[in-house]
Design a protein around this ligand. Structure first.
Ligand code: AMP
Length: 210
């Protein structure tokens, strides 16, 4: 059985954290367009140079570029048993493109976990978020403190002005996905103010009931 999940929710809701755990538990490919773009930026590719200023400002990368990298990624063999999409789609146009891509593969979206958190929590979570340069592990200075001596860095778009811009983009362009997936009967809401483990258990239970 193949399983396709789409994580929806504002920045800082915990989509990445849950997506990683779900990928591990169900042997799914973890497809994060944010990670893919950050990798392009780090490797100074043409695409990286193009998306770097957009990401830094908290804006969205154009749909055609985003859909193109997802299309390529879905050709990789690890995607055949299922995928958890994290940070994609972010617009209704991307959601329509994803439906078409999955249809070509004979697949469809089984569940869209929508993780809800309030705006104050988003800002608090994101402003304390740091990544370990060596392991890629993400920590939070208050909620999930890093070990002493960890070599940490902050995502440039996790600074306050960019966070505000990202939230605005979320409400304008990404929130309409909730209605889009609700109409298809695949959306389920999860309270992202619970602990990481409790959010995971709730999503896990929903998957088992599919
Ligand atoms: P994320 O790691 O998912 O928070 O994404 C970081 C940044 O990458 C976003 O703020 C956007 O600039 C860009 N990005 C990631 N995914 C997408 C997407 N599906 N569509 C457009 N831009 C994206």
């Amino acid at each position: 059985m193949t399983l396709h999940l789409v994580m929806v929710g504002p920045p800082g809701a915990g989509k990445g954290t849950q997506a990683k755990q779900l990928a591990k538990a169900y042997q799914l490919a973890h497809l994060s367009t944010g990670d893919m773009f950050r990798d392009q930026v780090a490797r100074h590719t043409e695409l990286g140079k193009l998306v770097d200023p957009i990401m830094k400002s908290g804006g969205l990368v154009p749909d055609d570029l985003t859909v193109a990298i997802v299309r390529d990624r879905l050709q990789q063999p690890d995607c055949t048993s299922g995928v958890v999409f994290d940070g994609f789609p972010r617009t209704v146009a991307q959601a329509q493109a994803l439906d078409a891509l999955l249809h070509e593969m004979g697949a469809s979206i089984a569940l869209v976990p929508c993780i809800t958190v309030n705006d104050e929590a988003v800002v608090e979570r994101i402003s304390g978020r740091y990544t370990d340069r060596n392991t890629g592990q993400i920590y939070h200075l208050k909620f999930n403190p890093p070990p002493a001596g960890a070599d940490l860095f902050q995502r440039p778009d996790d600074q306050e002005a960019a966070v505000r811009q990202r939230l605005q983009e979320y409400y304008r362009k990404t929130e309409p996905l909730i209605a889009y997936y609700q109409q298809r009967g695949v959306l389920q809401q999860f309270d992202g103010m619970q602990s990481i483990d409790d959010v995971f258990s709730a999503i896990d239970q929903a998957i088992r009931q599919l």
